[in-house]
Design a protein around this ligand. Structure first.
Ligand code: NDP
Length: 234
């Protein structure tokens, strides 16, 4: 009958691809959506991950529908790209609060039930920017590098309870987030990818599915690249 899964930012992009893939595998998937409406055919719970009360309410709704969350995919994220010299406090805080603070809030809300159940899976969606650094993304890279330290520490905390925590470091992936990149920047980024193309949300979803699945039972605290080779060696 599958597991109870919660995917944050599951209404589009990578989160939606992850949700659809896990649902296709038989899991009971809830997705959070912040704006608009929930995606067709998936159970949606409205939630802004910067607000702990909304996170708590979203978990309660997901639990009522599907039971305690057994697989958490912390995917919601934003960019506010700007060179540091012109970056505002708000640009920095908003990105950290969403990307790193959001993962903290949802993981914290999820772990108690996983600890009682003595099992669970947490996958955090990070970026190759965390490892390579990207000009214009000091806020974003800091948030995504923070996820790696957060995830590895949490992996150590939760390992005795048979809960794994892994990080996916995605490269250039075709979604709304990258659609607005200037053409020249996109071409330069693509040229730096050994496989010579952007990845798809489905290619990230395949790896998240694996890390959330039975085949990954002996993997925890890992940072798994899905980047066409872009971050190789980092
Ligand atoms: P999209 O912009 O397509 O989707 C982002 C998702 O996050 C949306 O569902 C959005 O909800 C949600 N979200 C943003 N802020 C909040 C918030 N405060 N509360 C709740 N939900 C929120 O991006 P991607 O699918 O590309 O990105 C998904 C994740 O993958 C992000 O963490 C991103 O950093 C990461 N990533 C993406 C890469 C890429 O090249 N695309 C590369 C590396 C990592 P809403 O629809 O309401 O805005």
């Amino acid at each position: 009958m599958g597991r109870s899964v919660l995917v944050t930012g599951g209404n589009r992009g990578i989160g939606l691809a992850v949700a659809r893939r896990l649902a296709a595998g038989g899991d009971r998937v809830a997705v959070t959506f912040r704006s608009g409406s929930p995606p067709e055919g998936l159970f949606g719970v409205r939630c802004d991950v910067t607000d702990a009360q909304q996170v708590d309410r979203a978990f309660k709704e997901a639990e009522a529908e599907h039971g305690a969350v057994e697989v958490l995919v912390a995917n919601a994220g934003i960019t506010r790209d700007r060179l540091l010299a012109v970056m505002t406090e708000d640009d920095f805080d908003a990105v950290l609060d969403t990307n790193l603070g959001g993962a903290f809030r949802v993981a914290k809300r999820a772990v108690r039930a996983m600890m009682s159940a003595r099992g669970g899976r947490i996958v955090l969606v990070s970026s190759v920017s965390a490892l390579l650094g990207t000009a214009g993304q000091t806020n974003y890279a800091a948030s995504k590098a923070g996820l790696i330290g957060f995830g590895r520490s949490l992996a150590r905390e939760l390992a005795p309870r048979n809960i794994t925590v892994n990080v996916v470091a995605a490269g250039l992936i075709d979604t709304d987030m990258t659609a607005s990149l200037p053409q020249a920047r996109r071409a330069a980024m693509t040229a730096a990818v050994p496989l010579g193309r952007a990845g798809t949300a489905e290619e990230v979803a395949t790896v998240v599915d694996f890390l959330a699945g039975p085949g990954a039972g002996y993997i925890t605290g890992a940072v798994v690249p899905v980047d066409g080779g872009l971050g190789m060696g980092h």
